[in-house]
Design a binder for this molecule. Structure first.
Ligand SMILES: C[S@@+](CC[C@H](N)C(=O)[O-])C[C@H]1O[C@@H](n2cnc3c(N)ncnc32)[C@H](O)[C@@H]1O
Length: 211
């Protein structure tokens, strides 16, 4: 694993605050695709998850993946920063069916043998890894008809730039469509989630199906 990458993300992790114990609806687990609390679509974007095998690339503190597991999925969350695994295990390690590992996304996928029905990444490794490297590996580990869904800032946004400058792989909706179709995905849908306030930055949400 690239220790420089892990160190860079460890520095970012040191600035991360734990998620609130409950959301605005009083729920103790939930999935948030956006950078704003209590905002945007929920896990239904993924389709039914009960009984599905889920992989999260860049799972951070594990809260989003844990929510899917409470709905009946089994989940593996990987993150390049070792402290993220420790935090996620401490909070969610007792939940049956969830597993957290320290791994870089490309290295994990290169070594993986299992198939996943759902792959997600929320401001995670998909945003920080060259798609021509990552997408063939994701396609290779996702079952036929399985879904890949990820979110990140819209291209051109200047906020939230953790780690080294130039790490982000920002793409326009047309670029994502062409990249994903080129790597064996279909049904590519890219939406821009409006921010809660007019002057703030929205969120790009990308959905694709393994063809
Ligand atoms: C902006 S944080 C988002 C974390 C989490 N998904 C969330 O929504 O809170 C990005 C996460 O992706 C991880 N990450 C970045 N590049 C990665 C890579 N190539 N492989 C694995 N994890 C990576 C970072 O360590 C970090 O925890």
């Amino acid at each position: 694993m690239s220790s420089t990458l892990a160190e860079s993300w460890e520095r970012y992790a040191a600035t991360s605050k734990p998620r609130r114990a409950t959301n605005g609806c009083g729920e103790s687990t939930w999935l948030n695709w956006t950078q704003y609390a209590d905002h945007g679509p929920d896990e239904t974007v993924l389709g039914p998850v009960a009984g599905r095998k889920v992989l999260e690339l860049g799972s951070g503190s594990g809260d989003n993946l844990a929510h899917l597991v409470t709905l009946g999925a089994s989940g593996v969350g990987i993150d390049v920063a070792p402290s993220r695994e420790a935090v996620a295990r401490k909070r969610w390690g007792g939940l049956p069916g969830v597993e957290f590992r320290t791994a870089e996304a490309v290295e994990f996928l290169e070594g993986a043998t299992e198939e996943f029905d759902v792959v997600l990444s929320i401001f995670g490794a998909v945003w920080f890894t060259a798609p021509d490297t990552l997408m063939p590996l994701v396609r290779g580990r996702i079952s036929l008809g399985g879904v890949l869904v990820f979110s990140h800032l819209p291209p051109g946004s200047q906020e939230l730039q953790p780690g080294k400058t130039g790490m982000r792989h920002d793409h326009t909706p047309d670029e994502w469509r062409s990249l994903l179709v080129g790597h064996g995905f279909s049904d590519v849908r890219v939406s821009l989630i409006d921010p809660p306030e007019a002057k703030a930055v929205g969120t790009m949400l990308v959905h694709a199906r393994a063809a």
